[in-house]
Design a protein around this ligand. Structure first.
Ligand SMILES: C[S@@+](CC[C@H](N)C(=O)[O-])C[C@H]1O[C@@H](n2cnc3c(N)ncnc32)[C@H](O)[C@@H]1O
Length: 246
């Protein structure tokens, strides 16, 4: 056994010093895509039978159906009339933010939207860095706040204040992850991990993109041992709603 172990490390270190791995650079993207696509397929295979609200399989996506998913979550979880803390990561022009703040009228609810408002900080999928750049939307409801800047620069400070002042036990947290990128999604999930409670809701807007939101979710779940159930999805899991179990 120790001979095999020694041979294994000898060969690996030899390959490392030979720099042969550098020649494999063109294979990185396809290898990563197929790896994550395989994980996503297994995830769908394992979960789709148990999801109470879904359209899988539908031949044509209709992006507007995400509203039906959000309505389902609000109705099935009784979120219209109870206090919620809605945190949206990726606000852009504010379409989904406005929907949530208009749908939940509880005076104790709070709505926080995080965005650079200068667009994506990296290229994503078919979009270039800077896509989705909008002026910070106007907000008349005093329950809502926009936090402008990179999540990586704003969320630590926000959470210090949140922990000290407004982390109330009765509010269900709704985290809307709509930042598209692997890095942004994983960062937001990681920051919020210590705050997650039983019954909190996570909404993903581009869940079934293998190298981005799905990969971030998969790495997060594996690293933080998160237990959850999938409570809804539309557009073949493009938009997916998850409930935390603690
Ligand atoms: C698809 S848009 C959000 C759309 C919006 N939720 C809606 O439904 O109308 C994605 C947004 O995420 C933001 N974003 C992505 N990564 C970010 C990061 N690390 N920090 C701040 N904003 C980020 C981009 O600026 C962009 O506006």
């Amino acid at each position: 056994m120790s001979v095999i172990r020694k041979a294994n490390s000898f060969i690996k270190d030899l390959l490392l010093v030979s720099r042969v791995g550098v020649l494999l650079a063109p294979l990185r993207f396809p290898a990563k895509f197929f790896y994550n696509f395989s994980l996503l397929s297994s995830w769908v295979n394992k979960n789709s039978g148990k999801v109470p609200y879904k359209d899988f399989y539908t031949p044509f996506r209709n992006y507007d159906n995400r509203v039906k998913l959000h309505e389902h979550v609000v109705n099935s979880e009784g979120l219209a009339k109870k206090p919620i803390h809605y945190l949206e990561f990726g606000v852009a022009s504010g379409t989904s933010f406005r929907w949530w703040i208009g749908t939940n009228q509880h005076p104790g609810s709070r709505f926080f939207g995080f965005d650079t408002f200068e667009g994506l900080p990296e290229d994503w999928h078919f979009f270039k860095k800077g896509a989705f750049s909008f002026d910070t939307p106007l907000l008349e409801d005093p329950r809502g706040t926009f936090i402008k800047g990179l999540f990586q620069d704003t969320v630590y400070k926000f959470l210090d204040n949140y922990r000290a002042n407004i982390d109330t036990p009765e509010a269900t947290r709704v985290l809307h992850l709509d930042a598209d990128l692997y890095s942004s999604t994983l960062f937001a999930l990681t920051m919020l991990a210590p705050f997650l409670r039983n019954g909190d809701i996570l909404l993903f807007d581009e869940f079934n993109i293998p190298n981005h939101e799905f990969a971030a979710w998969n790495d997060f779940v594996r690293s933080y041992y998160i237990q959850y159930e999938v409570i809804g999805s539309v557009n073949n899991f493009y938009q997916t709603a998850i409930k935390v179990i603690k």
